[in-house]
Design a protein around this ligand. Structure first.
Ligand code: NAP
Length: 344
């Protein structure tokens, strides 16, 4: 296989980070991977081995923490590209909100600074659809990459705000101080699909809570879903394709699916795992009333009201993307992961 460029991937232990590393190695790239603790490197190698990577000559690890300068300069050395995936992923309301924001913004600014210093060609950042359309309620048009979530809206979760603020700070850096450094973002909706090991991301909690019956009455909230294999592939395309420079890319499978539809899909396709999936549906007015008192319900209303008619023109035309899976296949692959690793 021909020798390709060297790519620094941050967050090698993560659900998405590991999938990106797998695809880069399969495609002949040399990969430098950051982990917070070098002890995790063995686990990453073991997982990649189980997923048919046979040679590890092109993979090295370096310890780096988003909130500290240590090792970033060394990490960037010899790299042509950086894929900045690492970021805290959390769904519960943190005790200290300011502290929860810090790693996402500090981390991407640190990465851009050191990438520029090392003359890296392009940084691709994993942002989030939460930075694009969580407050876009105008259904007369598609939600596009020109939209930005309004972070002053109190119903937007701390996590989504942290991603929005971090992405804005990154574009600001590029505009003012970026020099020749190129930059693009991938903005995925909820990522599901198969995990390469027993580590699953926070996005799986919803499926776990449906399957273990914790969601007793299912609200009518629509969702957009994207497969982790597709999100990984889109990062690599955004790195390789010249026209991707300077662009944001919403990553979503076509269409949308509501929580009650997901519940029906699980009962139909995985009946052996779905005995505890509730058949009760929450009327919309109940969610509206609950939102007056409860932050989660407030977020639920936000999710229900946002315009989920998303434009995928950029990923299809500029990145020439052809999804590997439909949203239903992606959901079922995630459920199979939960079963395989006994996470139910
Ligand atoms: P994940 O499995 O929790 O991975 C997060 C990764 O970030 C881990 O490798 C973690 O390292 C690393 N990390 C967290 N805080 C760090 C810090 N302070 N310094 C260095 N590394 C740190 O989550 P994921 O789903 O793969 O998420 C990957 C990216 O996709 C994130 O940027 C996330 O915001 C974005 N995203 C995810 C979804 C989704 O539905 N999952 C949707 C849209 C966007 P440790 O193992 O050491 O904790």
């Amino acid at each position: 296989m021909e020798d390709k460029a060297t790519v620094l991937v941050t967050g090698a232990t993560g659900f998405l980070g590991m999938q990106i590393i797998l695809q880069l190695l399969e495609n002949g790239y040399t990969v430098k991977a950051t982990v917070r603790d070098l002890k995790s490197a063995d686990q990453v190698i073991e997982t990649l081995r189980k997923n048919n990577i046979r040679s590890f000559e092109k993979l090295t690890f370096i310890a780096a923490e988003l909130t500290m300068d240590n090792n970033w300069e060394e990490a960037m050395q010899g790299c042509n590209y950086v894929i900045s995936v690492a970021s805290p992923v959390f769904f519960d309301k943190p005790k200290d909100e300011e502290e929860a924001f810090r790693p996402a913004t500090e981390g991407i600014l640190r990465i851009l600074k050191y990438a520029k210093k090392a003359c890296v060609k392009r940084v691709v950042m994993t942002s989030n659809f939460g930075a694009v359309g969580f407050t876009q309620t105008d259904t007369s048009r598609e939600t596009t990459e020109a939209d930005w979530t309004d972070t002053t809206n109190k119903a937007v979760s701390v996590y989504e705000r942290s991603k929005t603020i971090a992405e804005k700070a990154a574009w600001e850096f590029i505009r003012k101080d970026g020099g020749n450094l190129e930059f693009a973002t991938i903005n995925p909706v909820a990522i599901l699909g198969p995990s390469l090991d027993a580590h699953v991301s926070g996005s799986f909690h919803l499926l776990q809570n449906l399957l273990n019956g914790k969601i007793k009455v299912i609200p009518n909230i629509p969702l957009n879903i994207v497969d982790v294999r597709d999100v990984a592939c889109l990062h690599i395309k955004a790195m390789e394709i010249p026209e991707a420079n300077g662009k944001r890319f919403i990553a979503s499978a076509d269409g949308q699916i509501s929580l009650p539809e997901i519940a029906e899909l699980l009962k139909w396709k995985r009946p052996e795992l779905s005995q505890k999936v509730s058949s009760k549906r929450m009327p919309n007015f109940v969610l509206s009333i609950a939102s007056l008192f409860n932050h989660q319900a407030k977020e639920g209303i936000l999710l229900a009201k946002m315009n989920r008619n998303l434009s995928t023109r950029n990923v299809k035309t500029i990145l020439n993307w052809k999804p590997v899976a439909t949203q239903e296949e992606t959901i079922l692959a995630a459920v199979d992961t939960l079963k395989k690793y006994e996470l139910l």
